[in-house]
Design a protein around this ligand. Structure first.
Ligand SMILES: *Cc1c(COP(=O)(O)O)cnc(C)c1O
Length: 382
């Protein structure tokens, strides 16, 4: 049976196709005006003083740690419940990720456990806004200031998510977004860093492009430049940026649809025996509703594969966010060892949750169908 209700699809329309065709019919494929225009549009959307386009969220996070000079002997605090990229960005520099468990209510990093993980080697705290629900950043920033630590926000799932009406990514020292196909908006591959610090912005731009001292536009004699630092090629191409410009225009509409779908599906799945729906908090925290996560009670936990297979059989896409606590993933387990007692909440989220779709490709009718089928499947497996 084909999937009628996919978990996520890239929302590419005529506007994106025309924008790409436009770039391809001109002479400039990189170093051009589209990347700058996309940066400005994203900065306006988030109200960020600085925005730097990069080739992916992972590249952006790695670039930041690299520019800060982290290496062997340094430690960065990382949530156990996240995409592996949050940890890899640290590991790639030679520094060590020190994992902190999630709190059970919404799955974000357990802020009450951060301070115990800080050592004299700690340089930074990384957080992820899990499934688009913002971390209570003022509490994290207060700890960081006490210990003189940098704060990186992994905003891969948080465009539109705010705390006290300030966009995620602007509470800590830098935030990094992802435009991978199933995120809130896409450029195929791509990412964006937002930050306040102008000096760090200049460093990141330098090291994003080989550490060369002038861009194409700044070269008096074509082809002549000097290299003043070690750096990567983590730039975003004009093709990707052109897609991004069109996607940012649509983002408010996408977010409204996600909020509406999430609200409806939460209502429909409310008070069902055997499950708990991860809430989207209101008040100071504005969520951006990446998906709706259902946590199975312990008694149903071993039924997850059956339930997910049954959803697929009925044409409903689902997923798992994220499939393992990162310290339990083989690479990290083998390198650092794994103590399951330290990551019990993250493990429960990985092993007992099912992510259901609420994306802008889906309607109210789809939400009703998901809820109806999900209830039937639960009755069948109990
Ligand atoms: C998807 C994701 C990433 C990776 O983003 P890329 O743009 O593919 O590098 C990083 N962190 C989180 C939390 C993600 O969900």
């Amino acid at each position: 049976m084909s999937i009628k209700i996919p978990f996520g699809i890239p929302m590419i329309g005529q506007e994106e196709r025309a924008a790409v065709a436009d770039v391809l019919s001109g002479p400039i494929l990189v170093h051009g005006p589209k990347a700058t225009e996309f940066e400005q549009a994203f900065a306006r959307f988030t109200d960020a003083p600085n925005a730097i386009s990069v080739s992916s969220c992972t590249a952006g996070m790695h670039l930041i740690y690299f520019a800060l000079g982290y290496g062997p002997g340094d430690e960065v605090i990382v949530p156990a419940q996240t995409h592996v990229a949050t940890a890899h960005a640290v590991e790639l520099t030679g520094a060590r990720p020190v994992f902190v468990d999630a709190e059970p209510e919404i799955g974000n990093i357990d802020i009450s456990r951060i301070e115990a993980a800080i050592t004299p080697r700690t340089r930074a705290i990384a957080v992820v806004h899990y499934l688009g629900v913002p971390v209570d950043m003022p509490a994290v920033v207060a700890i960081a200031r006490r210990h003189n630590l940098f704060v990186l926000e992994d905003c891969a799932l948080s465009p539109g998510a705010k705390i006290d009406d300030i966009h995620t990514g602007l509470h800590g020292d830098a935030g990094v977004f992802s435009f991978y196909p199933v995120k809130h908006i896409t450029t195929a591959e791509g990412g964006m860093i937002i930050l306040r610090d102008g000096a760090l912005t200049a460093q990141l731009k330098l090291k994003r492009a080989f550490g060369v001292d002038r861009t194409h536009g700044e070269r008096k004699i074509p082809g002549v430049y000097d290299t003043i630092a070690l750096g990567f090629n983590y730039r975003m191409s004009e093709i990707h940026a052109a897609i991004g410009i069109e996607q940012v225009k649509k983002l408010p509409r996408f977010l409204a649809k996600r909020a509406e779908n999430h609200r409806l599906l939460s209502e429909l799945l409310h008070r069902i025996e055997g499950i708990r729906v991860l809430p989207a908090p209101a008040g100071r925290l504005t969520s951006c509703h990446y998906c709706l996560s259902v946590i199975l009670n312990d008694s149903l936990a071993d039924k997850r594969p059956i339930i997910m297979d049954a959803l697929t059989a009925r044409g409903i896409g689902s997923s798992v966010y994220y499939p393992q606590p990162v310290p339990r993933m083989r690479y990290y387990r083998e390198k650092y060892g794994y103590d399951p007692t330290r990551f019990a909440v993250a493990a429960r989220l990985s092993d007992q949750s099912i992510a259901l779709p609420v994306g802008p490709h889906l309607s109210r009718e789809h939400m009703k169908e998901i809820a109806m089928e999900f209830k039937k499947i639960l009755e069948e497996v109990v």
